[in-house]
Design a protein around this ligand. Structure first.
Ligand code: SAM
Length: 330
């Protein structure tokens, strides 16, 4: 078991499938000039599967497949299916921008996927293009509809951007209520080299909840808040949907952090706000390696896991790490 000196236990792995993404979201990777990692540096699916074996052995119960855009990698769904078949009890989740889902819902269900987190920062087609640089709003909405019609659970992640999507709160509340989905606002984090983070666009969670409460009566769903990781969830009276906030900046949850992240090029990161990395790939590619070698690396990384909010405070909310979110996995 991976328990550190703050009593935190690692039970959740976020595994980035690829650093490639078909969108250029303003808060993540807005630059048009961008060098993706060379193919040979990216872990093969066999190497990723071995990593999940090690994580399971170390006590991980939940794995989220993320990116980049995970569906942009060829054979991503069959890989998911193999993981699910090998570990039916593993809580296996996916985070996606939803642009590549249409026509794949049956395949996803057959692969054992029951719930998707889909990122959608606006309910307006033109604004979607302004935020992501790609005219793909209709594709995402069609993807969400297809998932719901096909019986998959959907959680919508919205990066909270003051001056950009704060005027859409009523629309998102209706969207949650009408579709019976969770809509979760994530505070804009100052992550990545050349981050576009600015105080003007930062919209804190408390303000979001106060603004929603002016629209509809809310009631915190304690059970859901406990089961939703760092999200605080609120039921909307008169409907089945819920609104949530993830206050990664204003009200950190470092003391209960249960995560490890592994980038698609095989670097283990113990904290979203720290660039400290541990090289899993070189062990995986050493022909003589054993599972114990990887477990030892996990244990060493865990012993050095920082309290990330201190890193954020030290930088006074300016950019906290070099890698862009698309290369880390969110
Ligand atoms: N392509 C997938 C997607 O769009 O969901 C997965 C990768 S994306 C990096 C994972 C999550 O990180 C998304 O929900 C995205 O909105 C969020 N994210 C990216 N940059 C962020 C930032 N600077 N602040 C807060 N959330 C961010």
């Amino acid at each position: 078991m991976l328990i550190d000196s703050h009593g935190r236990k690692v039970s959740y792995l976020r595994l980035s499938i690829t650093d490639r993404c078909n969108l250029r979201c303003l808060y993540c990777r807005p630059q048009s000039e961008w060098t993706f990692m060379p193919h040979e540096q990216i872990l093969s699916f066999e190497e990723m599967a071995e990593l999940v074996d090690v994580a399971k052995e170390a006590g991980v119960e939940k794995v989220r497949l993320t990116g980049g855009e995970p569906f942009a990698r060829k054979d991503f769904i069959p890989f998911t299916g193999r993981l699910h078949a090998k570990y039916p009890d593993l809580d296996l989740r996916i985070t996606t921008n939803g642009t590549l889902l249409s026509g794949r819902v049956d395949e996803l269900r057959e692969a054992g996927v029951s719930c998707l987190n889909i990122s959608l920062d606006t309910l307006q087609r033109k604004k979607f293009e302004e935020i992501t640089k790609v005219d793909a709003y209709d594709q995402v909405r069609a993807g969400i509809d297809a998932c719901l019609a096909g019986g998959l659970r959907v959680k919508v992640n919205v990066v909270a951007l003051k001056g950009i999507n704060d005027d859409e709160l009523p629309g998102f509340v209706d969207f949650a209520r009408e579709n019976g989905v969770d809509v979760r606002f994530i505070e804009f984090m100052p992550i990545g080299y050349q981050s576009r983070w600015s105080r003007e666009n930062y919209w804190p969670a408390e303000e979001i909840i106060a603004a929603v409460e002016k629209l509809v009566p809310l009631e915190e769903v304690l059970e859901a808040s406990r089961n939703s990781g760092p999200a605080r969830m609120y039921g909307i009276s008169g409907g089945s949907g819920r609104i949530g906030v993830i206050s990664a900046v204003s009200n950190h949850f470092c003391e209960s952090c249960n995560r490890f992240r592994v980038t698609s090029d095989g670097k283990l990161r113990t904290c979203l706000f720290s660039d400290r990395e541990y090289d899993v790939r070189s062990i995986l590619r050493d022909p003589g390696h054993t599972m114990q070698d990887l477990l030892d690396l996990f244990a060493r990384a865990n012993a050095e896991k920082p309290l990330g909010y201190r890193l954020l405070q030290d930088r006074e909310h300016n950019q906290v790490c070099d890698r862009a979110m698309t290369a880390i996995g969110g």
